[in-house]
Design a protein around this ligand. Structure first.
Ligand SMILES: Cc1cc2nc3c(=O)[nH]c(=O)nc-3n(C[C@H](O)[C@H](O)[C@H](O)COP(=O)(O)OP(=O)(O)OC[C@H]3O[C@@H](n4cnc5c(N)ncnc54)[C@H](O)[C@@H]3O)c2cc1C
Length: 394
């Protein structure tokens, strides 16, 4: 039997970030068991948007930790990981101006660099947009977008260089538990890895993986559709634009195209993560064309160039679970609800803190915010400054 101090189930960005953070703390007798390849799950579908705009202070702080790692990627990993610092602008309607201002104040209190800017400044950043229906805008000069796949690879490579064993093509069939204490994992080939600590970072597959052990991580799997557009005009160096009036986000792609994503989460589509439609439906495309046409009336020659879909692992409050469980030694990190890329470096650090010290080392990021028991306690992690639309992730 193989032995390790820690087994991480799942080699998505969260599992890879945890492996890297553990290695940074000197814990290198670690095995990451990934049934396919690193980053091949929903990490590979991520839009990768990087912003610190969260009303929940601990999440805003986690996003600042992520940003610092992305900005120093060359120094930390020795190569580019795909982070593009285009800036990030978010616009809200008249009814959301006060929540936006309160949220900005709370964000600044935990170190986020963000300002309110006016429509004239946004018009300079995004010359083709109709900005008339917006009541206020916030700007993060350090925001942008990254490449979640490359970032997961970078974490895994750095962890491996420190001694972590990354085992791809390795399916974990189940947990080994004795007297409410985890003792390791059993692999699909029948072999076992003994470990006193097991971290389950299996994304959209987490509910089904843990439910046989009486651990209910309340995750719904929600399909999300993305559309790429050739705008038909030269758009220049535009920032990421979160449009909370039409409930969409727009991200520049390398090569002059734009990626359009949906921020209207009021009517979600549940899906099977192993069998879902990997493209946008006609209805979604039509709706995108309408929303894009409304926001960018100058895109008269725009053309849809492609579409795909991915799945979010959505919890009741749209925030993650990074938590010990009722089984001693078993930690879960899942339920990232469509916004787990930008915070992944902080997630890894929090997991390493939980394993090594039993608690978070960052007072801005209390581990209790992400405890699994909050759902049964009815104490959900929600923004004190909710927006009328797309409040879930902000
Ligand atoms: C379409 C889309 C757009 C997004 N856009 C953004 C964004 O703009 N900004 C942002 O911050 N976040 C975004 N996200 C969210 C972010 O990408 C995810 O939260 C993050 O990638 C999830 O990583 P993960 O490691 O939890 O899951 P995954 O990447 O899915 O990794 C889980 C891994 O576990 C493995 N696994 C499962 N079961 C087993 C088993 N039994 N044994 C071994 N391995 C197993 C799987 O193969 C998989 O590789 C987006 C997500 C999607 C889907």
């Amino acid at each position: 039997m193989t032995t390790a101090d820690v087994v991480i189930v799942g080699g998505g960005i969260e599992g890879a970030a945890a492996a890297w953070a553990l290695s940074q703390r000197g814990v290198t007798n670690v095995v990451v068991a990934e049934r396919n390849t690193v980053g091949s799950g929903m990490t590979g579908k991520s839009s990768g948007i990087v912003r610190c705009h969260y009303g929940v202070s601990s999440l805003a702080a986690m996003a600042t930790v992520g940003l610092e790692v992305f900005e120093k990627a060359d120094e930390i990993f020795g190569h580019d990981i795909g982070f593009r610092q285009t800036g990030y602008v978010v616009g809200v309607g008249d009814g959301d101006v006060e929540p936006l201002r309160k949220s900005l104040a709370a964000q600044r209190a935990v170190g986020v660099q963000t300002d309110e800017i006016d429509a004239a400044e946004v018009a300079r950043l995004w010359p083709h947009a109709d900005l008339s229906p917006f009541g206020a805008f916030a700007w993060e000069v350090r925001g942008g977008y990254g490449d979640a796949y490359q970032t997961a690879q970078a974490f895994a490579i750095a962890a491996r260089a420190a001694g972590v064993r990354i085992r791809q093509g390795t399916t974990v069939a189940g947990l080994l538990i004795e007297c409410d204490k985890v003792t390791g994992v059993r692999l699909a080939d029948g072999t076992e890895i003994a470990a006193d600590t097991v971290i389950v970072a299996t994304g959209v597959w987490t509910h089904d993986f843990l439910s046989p052990y009486g651990i209910d991580v309340p995750i719904r799997v929600v399909r999300e559709q993305l559309v790429t557009i050739a705008p038909g005009v030269e758009i220049g160096n535009v920032p990421v634009f979160s449009d909370l009036v039409s409930l969409q986000y727009i991200r520049p792609e390398l090569g002059g195209e734009l990626l359009f994503g949906n921020s209207d989460l009021s009517d979600v589509e549940h899906a099977d993560p192993d069998d879902y439609l990997n493209r946008a439906t006609e209805a979604f495309v039509e709706n995108t064309v309408e929303r894009v046409g409304t926001r960018f009336p100058g895109f008269t020659d725009a053309a849809i160039t492609g579409s795909y879909a991915g799945c979010y692992d959505v919890t009741p409050d749209w925030n993650p679970v990074i938590s010990r469980t009722c089984v001693d030694g078993l930690v879960v990190a899942a339920g990232f609800s469509g916004h787990g890329f930008k915070i992944a470096p902080a997630v890894g650090r929090l997991i390493a803190d939980l394993v090594v010290d039993g608690r978070s080392a960052d007072p801005r990021i209390p581990e209790s915010d992400f405890r699994l028991s909050r759902f049964t306690e009815g104490d959900l992690l929600t923004s004190p400054y909710p927006y009328s639309g797309a409040g879930q992730m902000r």
